[in-house]
Ligand binder design. Structure first.
Ligand code: ADP
Length: 731
């Protein structure tokens, strides 16, 4: 075979291999164009290869057609490639040139494909055999000349674009540009040589295209031109702090990143069985995560789909959650610690306030005796001051006790029927005097149609309203304090009770509003330093309301005044409307001390049991006026002894005592014959002001209970209530 034919045979094979090589690479824009270039070069070279061997004019013509597809389209892709590579993609002129050549080349191709039927491209075609090679001989038509010109211009243009590109990037190390430049110069040089007739009938162009293409593909492989994205992806995959495993759709591991390799240190990733057993199976059996070398890992699995939504494999992502895990653990520990500390605080406060109430009890009791027994003006004044200071102290202690009970969820609501008229009247009595003292205009506005009888915890609702009103009076210098009450009917049995308390006081800064309900937090201390308070009232109010299913809101303009309002659901206990609350209040309000009928009981025998001597003294003092026969015991045991030896009408028995407490003492007493015979009335005395206490004491066998600090009026009333009538003498 002729050497030239052989060369072109090899050229066809090389072009084919080039095509395959590019095909294997990732399909980026440049690669696609380059790939198209290799395909067209393949057609070009193989077409000429067939042409050289054409045995007839028809065969040669066919080969020429194939060759021209390669030439016309190959040139076009070369132009596109150089534009893309030298970033001339978006230039307007370049876009115009590309479009022009696309139309031009396709037009020429159509002329070639129809060459038999017109003289536009070849006026006449024949062939000659030179040294055994078949070569086309023709008489050029008008468009052949046009093609020659346009290819020349195009080739020059491609070379020029590359020259400019090299020039632009001079100084940068871009050797690939030089190679591309060479690749772009070779075809045009060979083309020029051809049209000037240097090669005779031999068409050097296809082979020159092949050489150019070889350069391009070489550059692509040598300089990894289009691998940047892939490299970047690999880099990211290796750099991220997540283990990545990829298995194909059959479950075979095909990729493992560096991190995954570190997570499973002794795995030989090529050993399929080992990977299946010690990685995939291991992960499957530890769905919630696993621990390796004291690190905690969580993992996720997701399916991978290809462009056509076909399942292509599985991606495993393994995350090291050790820090998170330890952090969460630490947070939980801190939270538990904080809860424990809070509990300790609550119980400390509860115990402390309990302990403090006992001496206040004594102070108030003793003070009452002073008030009763002295007529000396100055002493009375001192005692009155002691009285009011002790009352303040007591209310603080009660607040602390309330708050600690709420915080430790020990606060219980005591619900019962109540008369809203009474509640409002009580509130008016409590607040109007204070408002008057400060020359404030205080009024209560109610809706007369609201139900009079409700069911709920009257004491707590009152406490909430009184807290808000006390604050308003405290923090208002002049103007008014207004309480409004309204309701919305929920259904036949319940209403939403709406209460608002507005004042024209100092107001609250917007920035401070969020602190308002924090316990022990007081605001605006510069202005308020002379006003007494603990910062407990509002937080207790808010929490009590929340316990009752309500909520407290506040609106305030600093310097102008505040409005606190709450809504709380209450059951309706009767149909009667409230009307004028002053008239709706029950007639039988508690008579005060002066109005009660005074009495003495000189024959009544009363035993007081308390481990604190001063409390005994207080009780004794409070009972002095009744002229009863008083006896005392300092412990449960002493009480039992005394009951054995004497007969008592009433026993006031303290609950909290060391060794034998009140309840135990009562139970022991109930076993005694003397008790069964004499049936003394046993009343519990307690500082334990918890809800439900009364019921509890009654269940234990007490007849009634009195809470400390003992109120003298209450004590006298209770004694009166339980003493047999024949022992009472009215005076
Ligand atoms: P206290 O009044 O004992 O300090 P509170 O919990 O009742 O505690 O109130 C917390 C703080 O909120 C008060 O110290 C005061 O600064 C502010 N505050 C409460 N009510 C009003 C009001 N009606 N007007 C202005 N400031 C108020």
């Amino acid at each position: 075979m002729n050497a030239i034919v052989a060369l072109h045979g090899i050229g066809t094979v090389v072009a084919f291999i080039l095509m395959l090589l590019v095909y294997r690479a990732k399909p980026s824009e440049q690669q696609k164009i380059l790939f198209a270039g290799t395909v067209f070069t393949f057609l070009d070279v193989s077409g000429y290869f067939f042409e050289l061997q054409g045995q007839s004019l028809e065969a040669i013509r066919l080969a020429v057609k194939i060759e021209y597809v390669g030439t016309a389209m190959g040139l076009l892709s070369f132009l596109y490639f150089t534009c893309l590579y030298s970033n001339h993609l978006h230039g307007r002129v370049i876009r115009g040139i590309k479009a022009f050549y696309a139309v031009n080349n396709i037009f020429i191709l159509s002329l070639i494909f129809t060459m038999e039927y017109h003289p536009l491209y070849y006026k006449s075609v024949g062939y000659t055999v030179e040294d055994g090679i078949h070569l086309l001989v023709f008489e050029p038509g008008i468009f052949y000349r046009w093609w020659t010109v346009s290819v020349t211009v195009m080739g020059l243009l491609i070379a020029l674009i590359m020259v400019q590109s090299v020039f632009e990037h001079r100084g940068e190390k871009r050797p690939e540009l030089l190679f591309i430049l060479i690749a772009s110069v070779i075809p045009i040089v060979m083309w020029m040589l051809r049209i000037t007739g240097v090669f005779g009938h031999y068409d050097s162009y296809p082979f020159s295209m092949l050489i150019a293409e070889c350069f391009l593909v070489f550059v692509m492989y040598r300089y990894r031109l289009f691998d940047a994205v892939k490299l970047a992806k690999d880099r990211v995959l290796d750099d991220i702090k997540e283990g990545i495993l990829v298995a194909d759709e059959l479950g075979t591991l095909i990729y493992v990143n560096k991190e995954a390799d570190t997570i499973f240190p002794d795995i030989d990733w090529k050993d399929r069985e080992m990977v299946d057993e010690r990685v995939f199976h291991f992960m499957d059996t530890h769905a919630d995560g696993f621990i390796i070398e004291e690190r905690f890992y969580e993992w996720q699995q997701s399916e991978i789909y290809d462009d056509k939504k076909r399942r292509a494999g599985v991606l495993y992502r393994i995350t090291d959650t050790t820090d998170n895990y330890l952090y969460t653990k630490q947070l939980i520990e801190l939270k538990e610690e904080a809860e424990r500390a809070n509990e300790a605080k609550s119980s400390f406060l509860a115990r402390m306030s309990h302990e403090i109430r006992t001496p206040i009890n004594a102070i108030l009791g003793m003070n009452e005796m002073i008030l009763r027994e002295t007529d000396l003006g100055s002493v009375r004044e001192y005692a009155t001051n002691i009285y009011s200071a002790s009352k303040v102290l007591l209310s603080i202690i009660n607040d602390i006790l309330d708050l600690s009970k709420i915080e430790s969820s020990k606060m219980e609501l005591m619900e019962a029927d109540y008369n809203m008229g009474n509640l409002l009247l009580d509130i008016e009595n409590m607040i109007s005097l204070r408002a008057e003292e400060k020359n404030l205009n205080f009024k209560i506005v109610t809706d007369a149609t609201m139900p009079k009888l409700l069911y709920g915890d009257e004491k707590r609702i009152k406490q909430c309203i009184v807290n808000l009103l006390t604050n308003s009076v405290k923090y208002t210098k002049e103007g008014s304090v207004t309480m409004q009450m309204d309701y919305v009917k929920n259904d036949d049995d319940t209403i939403n009770l709406w209460v608002s308390v507005s004042d024209t006081g100092i107001g609250i800064k917007e920035d401070d509003l969020y602190l308002l309900f924090d316990p022990f937090t007081r605001l605006d201390m510069k202005k308020n330093k002379t006003i007494e308070g603990t910062g407990l009232g509002l937080s207790i109010t808010k929490r009590l309301l929340e316990m009752m299913g309500g909520n407290l809101t506040v609106e305030s303009i600093y310097g102008k005044g505040s409005t606190f309002s709450f809504v709380v659901p209450q059951k309706v206990a009767g149909e009667e409307p409230l009307g004028d609350y002053k008239k709706s209040a029950d007639d039988v309000a508690l008579p005060d001390a002066q109005e009660r009928r005074a009495y003495v009981a000189p024959n009544a025998k009363i035993l007081a049991v308390d481990d604190t001597r001063v409390n005994i003294t207080v009780v004794k003092g409070l009972l002095k006026r009744l002229k009863v026969q008083f006896d005392s015991a300092l412990s449960g045991q002493e009480c039992l002894d005394k009951v054995k030896a004497n007969r008592y009408d009433i026993i006031l028995l303290d609950h909290m005592m060391p060794e034998m407490d009140g309840i135990e003492t009562l139970h022991n007493m109930q076993q005694m014959e003397e008790y069964i015979q004499n049936k003394p009335v046993v009343i519990a005395l307690t500082a334990n002001a918890i809800v439900g206490a009364r019921e509890e004491y009654l269940r234990e066998g007490f007849v009634d209970y009195l809470s400390k600090p003992i109120d003298s009026v209450q004590l006298e009333e209770m004694i009166h209530k339980y003493l047999p009538e024949e022992l009472v003498e009215y005076i």
